[in-house]
Design a protein around this ligand. Sequence first.
Ligand SMILES: Nc1nc2c(c(=O)[nH]1)N[C@H]1C(S)=C(S)[C@@H](COP(=O)(O)O)O[C@H]1N2
Ligand SMILES: [Mo]
Length: 199
Amino acid sequence: MSKLAQMNTPIFWAEGHPGSLSRNSWELAVTGSCDTPRIFTWDELLAQPQTEVQARLTSVTRWSVDGAWKGILLSDILDEVGMRPSCKFIRFWSVGEIYDTSIPLDIALLPKSLMAHSFDKEYLNEDYGGPLRAFIPYLWGYKSAKSVVRMELIDHYIPGFWELRGYTDSGEIEAGACRDINDGGKIKQIPGGEVLRFV
Ligand SMILES: Nc1nc2c(c(=O)[nH]1)N[C@H]1C(S)=C(S)[C@@H](COP(=O)(O)O)O[C@H]1N2
Ligand SMILES: [Mo]
């Protein structure tokens, strides 16, 4: 069982669980406002610089889980494809292309914004968005699209799956009660913004 599962981290697949996904043949397409749109194969993704960050995934449904998330920095991917100055938002598409969400470029360029493949030294499984998911600890979890097949560099904001159903476009984390998944789901308080610790 994965560490996320051992801690009873909730599993959200609003569009339906995708079933089993092949890691070795996973591909990430990067399209839109860039000079060299391309498809990264799994081997090419692993050949990129790998970055591990200690950070939290925090859900608008008020739980937060801390750990070592590892993958490829979004800023490294954007460099690789030659992002154009017109690019202002990054749109993520999950497998099946029903779930999407977009984040502002300035958040994508922050040092903990990843395309993540691992949590606490284990590959993410399909429940938790493997083989590759967005991990954006600065914003509510709905911005961290799971099992991402495509990243689109876009010039204008487009509301995604949850944003069209009432969650905020900004995804800014708001202060309040929140369950600490690393501490058995105990209810604590979080400050606004990226959750570094409970208060
Ligand atoms: N494709 C897809 N990605 C998704 C979701 C989803 O339903 N489908 N839920 C989002 C929400 S609301 C949260 S809080 C996190 C939860 O991640 P987890 O299911 O790995 O715990 O995934 C986000 N990414
Ligand atoms: Mo969430």
